[in-house]
Design a protein around this ligand. Structure first.
Ligand SMILES: N[C@@H](CCC(=O)N[C@@H](CS)C(=O)NCC(=O)O)C(=O)O
Length: 208
């Protein structure tokens, strides 16, 4: 049995979605936000971050994109990602890594701006630059979605769910429809997906 350490409105969203889409049972542990976590939690998450997935063999892993890729590999029947031999696999790996290494860290710079400057008066500038970096990433993904229903391949994958999570976190979400119409199309459709709707009831990431 998997065990997932998660918290509302965090990267736990996409991992919960992966497990739900795969129909895989798991124990869910809601981790309160804390500046002084238990040592037991730090042992599995040295940066004191969620999500953390405990695998059935007892080992643990952090990093939302890596967790998603592993779950897709371990539950191929769920079709969470293009298979290793498919032509869409390269795009899947590329965009999962792009989103987790370019856009997600920009969100962290926005929401935890105090960590990214030694000068408290610089926080607004950190936030402004973070939004600019998110926007640069979204423009690239919007172009990748041109003429396509899904970010990779010809069906829903965890790359689309990951993108939904990042859109929901954009601090100026009202600009999505005009700035990135292809992302808006995907996001508007997926907000109605029954798994996303159900998860949003507990994560409260966008107005229902
Ligand atoms: N690179 C990690 C980032 C995880 C992360 O930053 N999680 C945030 C919530 S979205 C967190 O737990 N932040 C608490 C903290 O950094 O103190 C991943 O992709 O899973």
């Amino acid at each position: 049995m998997y065990k997932l350490y998660t918290r509302a409105n965090t990267g736990g969203f996409v991992v919960e979605a992966a497990l739900a889409l795969a129909g895989v049972p798991f124990d869910q542990i809601d981790v309160p936000k804390s500046a002084s976590p238990d040592q037991a939690f730090l042992d599995i998450s040295p940066l004191n971050q969620v999500p953390v997935l405990i695998l059935p063999d007892g080992s643990s892993m952090t990093e939302s994109a890596a967790i998603c890729i592993l779950l897709a590999e371990r539950h191929p029947e769920a079709g969470l990602a293009p298979t290793a031999s498919s032509s869409a696999r390269a795009d899947f790996l590329r965009w999962m890594t792009f989103m987790s290494s370019v856009i997600y860290p920009a969100d962290l710079r926005f929401y935890y701006a105090h960590r990214y400057t030694a000068d408290p008066s610089g926080m607004d500038a950190v936030k402004e630059a973070a939004v600019a970096e998110m926007d640069r990433g979204f423009a690239i993904l919007d172009a990748a979605l041109e003429g396509r229903d899904w970010l990779v391949g010809d069906r829903l994958s965890l790359a689309d769910v990951y993108l939904v999570m990042l859109v929901a976190w954009h601090p100026e979400i009202e600009k999505v429809p005009s700035a990135w119409p292809n992302i808006e199309r995907l996001w508007a459709g997926l907000r109605e997906h029954q798994v996303m709707r159900k998860l949003n009831a507990s994560h409260d990431m966008w107005p229902a």
